[in-house]
Design a protein around this ligand. Structure first.
Ligand SMILES: [Zn+2]
Length: 94
């Protein structure tokens, strides 16, 4: 009997995004979201997002199962809003 996917489990993990290998130049934050079917545990894939991490736009993991939503503390101005980040490589540090 196949599952008709009626119940869901979602997880959100918030981390910081760094623009240097040491993880000291924090340029943003990311809320990483995964969703799966609670009944059959099949992961859901997000649609329409480019792959990677960005402090400027929502992106997703290579397999599409993790949406990475950039966010910031309300009212704060993040470095990516002041600087041109072209050429930076962004990675998540926990
Ligand atoms: Zn299911």
């Amino acid at each position: 009997m196949s599952c008709d996917h009626q119940n869901f489990e979602a997880k959100v993990s918030v981390g910081r995004l760094a623009a240097d290998d040491a993880g000291t130049k924090i340029v943003g934050f990311s809320a990483d979201i995964t969703v799966k079917c609670r009944d059959c545990e099949l992961p859901f894939e997000f649609i329409g997002l480019p792959m990677g991490y960005s402090p400027l736009q929502p992106m997703c993991s290579v397999d599409g199962t993790e949406a990475r939503m950039p966010l910031k503390p309300r009212g704060e101005v993040m470095p990516m809003e002041r600087e041109n980040l072209v050429g930076y490589s962004i990675r998540r540090v926990d």
